[in-house]
Ligand binder design. Structure first.
Ligand SMILES: *Cc1c(COP(=O)(O)O)cnc(C)c1O
Length: 212
């Protein structure tokens, strides 16, 4: 539930001497209707939402006003043209996708804010970019006029134990500092407190808000 998650965010910030406004909560509203979102998130005054499917998001975007939308899913190049309303695209993982963002950005006179999604653990099944390719894609993103690289995103391997995420979050934090980027998007329902302790500036929380 919303207030419970906020309490846990504040407590995690306090443990490591961070201010609560250093951590942005993206409430992941995928699989939930506009009405559920109203009752579970918006009624607390929170208006930052994350979605992972363009078509599902478009339906909700028609129903809900004054939302800061974040895209957190696997983005197909043919859907980039719909992405102008997103405040931030968390899941950029290839030069081909950056090329398409640049192309659409030029034609619509828009600058996309993006994060590069990194597969820190090297899991075969994950969408993110291999760590070995990161520096090259960061340089490539920085060369684009219509793409603004804000930072990095990751998902830790699934585990019941939040502590098992810590080494991956710590590793990405170190890389993020070396690259001197602003935003670090990491931590979900199972591990957002660990992510805050390890320097996340954005957490993406779904199920802990909607089912508790
Ligand atoms: C669904 C999703 C989340 C939220 O997951 P929960 O475990 O429900 O908090 C966060 N990030 C991404 C990329 C997701 O797809």
């Amino acid at each position: 539930m919303f207030e419970d998650v906020m309490d846990r965010i504040y407590a995690a910030c306090n443990r490591v001497g961070r201010k609560k406004d250093e951590v942005k909560l993206v409430a992941v509203s995928k699989n939930h209707s506009a009405q559920e979102i109203e009752e579970t998130i918006l009624k607390y005054g929170h208006r930052i939402l994350g979605e992972n499917r363009i078509q599902e998001w478009q339906e909700k975007a028609r129903a809900l006003d004054n939302i800061e939308w974040h895209f957190i899913g696997n983005l197909q190049r043919n859907k980039v043209k719909y992405c102008l309303p997103f405040e931030l695209i968390h899941s950029v993982n290839s030069a081909r996708l950056i090329d398409e963002l640049q192309r659409v950005g030029e034609s619509k006179n828009h600058k996309f804010k993006i994060l590069i999604e990194v597969n820190v653990a090297g899991e075969v099944s994950k969408q993110g970019l291999p760590l070995a390719d990161l520096d090259q894609l960061v340089d490539y993103a920085k060369m684009q006029t219509q793409v603004e690289l804000k930072g990095l995103m990751t998902m830790a391997p699934y585990s019941e134990n939040p502590e098992s995420s810590r080494p991956y979050f710590e590793k990405l934090h170190n890389i993020h500092d070396r690259l001197m980027l602003d935003e670090l998007s990491m931590g979900m329902s199972g591990d957002f407190e660990v992510a805050i302790e390890e320097g996340a500036t954005i957490i993406r929380v779904g199920s802990a808000l909607f089912h508790a």
